[in-house]
Design a protein around this ligand. Structure first.
Ligand code: PBG
Length: 329
């Protein structure tokens, strides 16, 4: 046998039994790594399962705290809030309403569960009647600069309601710097920004658009989200956002873009989040429900692979299940 420069090296010697493998394991996943996306909706008395995402629910404000307590009991301390407002309009004005659904959710969680860290998604698509991520011009194109004011107003209203971090997902150019300045001017210089810096125009967001009711009424998001073919540009996007003041950057989706994730982490050296998106979740669920894969094994393997590629944190709908399995349940 020939092992190149190390004729005595036999990797298998460290693979006999769990205790030997544990000695050389490089990547550990734990509940501390998870951010759980939560859909909060207007109205009351509802906890509706999203048909394309078994195990994921849209909850009204009165049903929010049991959900939060369940997460805390599992050791999950980070939530990312998405809002489903009662009403939508052309510009998405319910996004920055002081008593909007996300703002009220922030107040409730901050008052009742100080050990939970509240992050809010900042975007227009859940609040606009047309489902695009910003203000439209006469031809139906999203107007980049005219959208910045709206996003800034939304971020400030979230911070006022107690959000501890804001996460802009709209992909308008220059929004991180714009939101940073607006937060600072409003007295929230200590509220960090997690930027969806490297977000691809992806088919994997399909089930989320069911969950958030945010599918664009016409066209797609290719004019503002990234081309899946580009990795250098993905790193540049992260660097621009860091220059504008982002505290954490993100690669989204996760699994088809692990190469980009690995480069963003290495080339920026910044805290990097991976968003294991809805379509990635639904594929696993569908295969598991058919008995085609072992769900526990596959989920833990894919979360480990995301962490191994360089993620500091993982936004994932699998968080609750994974936390249970990691705790030995
Ligand atoms: C809003 C937003 C989207 C997701 C997160 N924030 C949808 C989109 O850009 O179309 C997707 C999350 C997921 O698929 O789990 N812009």
């Amino acid at each position: 046998m020939e092992y190149g420069k190390f004729p005595q090296y036999r990797p298998r010697r460290m693979r006999n039994g769990e205790l030997a493998r544990n000695m050389i394991r490089e990547t550990e996943v734990s509940a501390n790594d998870f951010i759980y996306p939560l859909f909060v909706k207007a109205g009351e008395g509802k906890r509706d399962e999203v048909p394309s995402m078994p195990g994921v629910f849209q909850v009204t404000l009165d049903m929010l705290m049991p959900e939060i307590r369940e997460l805390l009991d599992l050791g999950i301390h980070y939530v990312l809030l998405f809002g489903l407002p009662a009403e939508r309009d052309e510009v998405g004005s319910s996004a920055w309403h002081d008593h909007g659904v996300v703002q009220e959710a922030c107040r409730i969680i901050r008052a009742e569960a100080p050990e939970m860290f509240v992050i809010t998604d900042v975007c227009m698509c859940e609040y606009t009647s047309h489902g695009h991520c910003g203000k439209l011009d006469d031809e139906g194109y999203v107007m980049n600069d005219a959208t910045l004011d709206l996003l800034a107003a939304e971020a400030v209203s979230h911070a006022k309601a107690g959000a501890q971090m804001v996460a802009p997902s709209d992909m308008m150019d220059g929004r991180v710097g714009y939101i940073r300045k607006a937060l600072d001017d409003a007295g929230f210089e200590n509220v960090p920004i997690m930027s969806y810096s490297t977000k691809y125009a992806s088919g994997f967001y399909g089930p989320f658009r069911d969950a958030a009711d945010s599918a664009p009424a016409f066209g797609d998001r290719r004019a503002y989200q990234m081309d899946p073919a580009n990795a250098d540009e993905g790193v540049r996007e992260a660097m621009y956002d860091i220059a504008e003041g982002a505290d954490m950057v993100m690669v989204k989706p996760a699994l088809p873009y692990l190469d980009v994730l690995s480069r963003v982490k290495r080339e920026t050296g910044f805290p990097t989040v991976a968003y294991n998106v809805s379509g990635e979740y639904s594929m696993v669920k569908a295969a598991a429900q058919n008995g085609w894969i072992d769900e526990k094994r596959v989920v833990l393997e894919l979360l480990t692979s995301i962490k191994r590629a360089g993620a500091d944190m993982i936004i994932t709908y699998h968080a609750k299940d994974a936390a249970k399995w990691l705790a030995g349940e």
